[in-house]
Design a protein around this ligand. Structure first.
Ligand SMILES: [Cu+2]
Length: 183
């Protein structure tokens, strides 16, 4: 043995292993690890999904709305595991008087605008469609109550073939581009 117990004690004057967490680097490392673990747990709780026939509905979410807001948007991913196309034809939300399926885009003047998809939204066979900020979304109108961060609200999605399924939207933090368009 080339490393004596006395030399060992000199190298770690505060004692080993008790000294480990007294080093700032170790503490920060442990804190980062704990946060990462917490994030992973929270994320898996939020990454919920629903099924209607061949259609998988991944992580419906919405944003918190300011007091008095009349609209909110719902986002999710629709995956079609079937061999034929299906179509999202309507939606409801318990917070909303009226719920529509919308598409957001840039008009000829370069202004963000959106329109209702009266015929719904096709999900190709074996494919997927993402409803996300700046693109397709569920539009909750005539809001009866604000959507609060950390809470969730129920809604339904109706597909031409897969039928109607109840889903739950997680409410994320306020802000972002869709909150600004006001209708
Ligand atoms: Cu919209």
């Amino acid at each position: 043995m080339t490393f004596s117990a006395r030399a060992f004690a000199r190298s770690f004057p505060l004692g080993w292993p008790a000294s480990r967490l007294r080093s700032p680097e170790e503490r920060i490392g442990l804190a980062v690890f704990a946060l990462a673990l917490l994030f992973a747990m929270t994320h898996s709780l939020w990454a919920h999904e629903f099924k209607a026939g061949d259609i998988e509905i991944v992580h419906p979410w919405s944003r918190a709305t300011p007091e008095g807001a009349k609209v909110a948007a719902g986002y999710l991913v629709l995956k079609n595991h079937g061999g034929s196309p299906d179509r999202l034809v309507s939606a409801t939300g318990e917070v909303a008087g009226v719920t529509q399926i919308h598409e957001m885009g840039v008009d000829a003047n370069g202004v963000m605008s959106m329109k209702q998809l009266a015929d719904g939204l096709e999900i190709p066979a074996g494919g997927e469609v993402a409803l996300k900020p700046g693109s397709f979304h569920i539009m909750f109108m005539d809001l009866r109550k604000p959507a609060r961060e950390g809470q969730s609200f129920k809604g339904t999605l109706t597909f031409e073939k897969a039928g109607t399924v109840e889903v739950e939207y997680s409410v994320d933090a306020m802000g972002g581009e869709h909150a600004d368009h006001g209708g």
